[in-house]
Design a protein around this ligand. Sequence first.
Ligand SMILES: *Cc1c(COP(=O)(O)O)cnc(C)c1O
Length: 392
Amino acid sequence: MKIPIYMDCHSTTPVDPRVLEAMLPFFTEQFGNAASRSHAFGWRAEEAVEEARAEVAALIGASPREIVWTSGATESDNLAVKGAARFHQPKGRHLVTTAIEHKAVLDSMHALEREGFEVTVLPVSPDGLVDPDAVRAALRPDTVLVSVIHANNEVGTVQPIEEIGRITREQGVLFHTDAVQGVGRIPFDVDAVNADLVSLSAHKMYGPKGVGALYVRRRPRARLQAQIDGGGHERGYRSGTLNVPGIVGFGKAAALARAEMPAEAARILALRERLRRAIEGRIDRVRVNGSLSRRLPGNLNVSFEWVEGEALMLAMKDVAVSSGSACTSASLEPSYVLRAMGLPDEMAHSSLRFGLGRFNTEEEVDHVARLVVEKVKQLREMSPLCEEAQTR
Ligand SMILES: *Cc1c(COP(=O)(O)O)cnc(C)c1O
C-alpha cells in the first residue's frame, strides 16, 4: 500500500496512464496547431481534436458539433451563465440557480447581478436536494436561464435534473447544468435531461487539468454570447489555440469512462459502503451528510460530533481528504453547501469529505477506516465538549 493515500477525487483525479500515453505524441512529433489548415502538422492535430470531440460527445449522448472546448469547467460555467444571460437579455434579465452550485456558477451569477440581472437562489432540502416544483414556481416571464448542478462536489447528491429539464423545456427557458462531478461516474444523457448547456472538466474524470468542454445544444439551438474573442475558434464561441494534448487526453478519458463506467461505479460504490459501514459500525455520533440514495458512488461526507474536521485531517496526514471548512484568508468558514442544508456550524466544522475513485483499493479503505476510528476516539477523549455532553 502506497502512502499517502488519495481519497479526494472530487478535487481532482490522477491522469490515467492510458490517457497520458494517448497524449504524449501530441507534445512532440505531432505538435501542430489544429487551426493550421495548410499542412500535415495542422491536419493531424485537427483530426485528433475531432476524434476527441466525438468521444466526449458520445459520453453524454450529444453530437460532436455540440461540444465547445474550454480551459476547464470554471470557464465552461462562466461561458454558459454569462454567455446565455448576456445574449438573451433583450428577452429578460431573471436567472434561477441553487444555493449549492459550484462557485464558478454562483460568482458568475453575482457578476451578472452587478450588471442589473436578478437572480433567484433556490434552497435545498436537509438531504441536499433541489425540489423541481420550486424551480417551476421560481420561473417568470422574464426568466432566461436556469442553472442547477448535476451532482454536488461536496456531498455528492444527484439532483432531479430530468424533472427540472422537463419543466424548463416546457416553459421555453434555457437549462444549464454543471455536470462535472457526475459525467464519467454515472450515466448522463443530454436528451434525457433536456439540457441546453452542460459543463464538463477532464481532470475530474482521470484526464488532464486545464481542459474542459461546454455542450451547447443545436436543436432547439441554445444561443450564447462568446466571452473570449479572438480568432473565431470553436465556431466563434471560444477563441484561442486549442490545447491539443489536453483535448486528446480528455477524449481518451471519456472513452475509458464510457467503456468502464458500469463495472467501475459498482466497484467504487462497494468501497464507499465498506468505508461507511466500518466507520458507522465502530463509532457513534457519526452522521452522513446528504441523501444516501441519490448520491455519487464514490462520495462519503460525514460529520463526527465533537471533533473538528481540520484536527482530524491533521491527525491523519497520510490520508488526503477534504474538510467542511473552507480556509478563506484568515477565518475558517463552514462550507456554504452544508450550511444551505441546514447543518449547524459546529456540524459543518466536524465534517470530512471522502472522494473514492478508480485507483482506490479495499486495503486502503480498511486502513483509512481504522485510522478514522482511532483518531476520532483520541480526539473525543481530549475534547471538553465531548466530556461535558457525556457526563450530562
Ligand atoms: C471542479 C469543479 C469545477 C471547476 O472545474 P475546473 O476544470 O477545475 O475549472 C466546476 N464545477 C464543479 C462541480 C467542480 O467540481
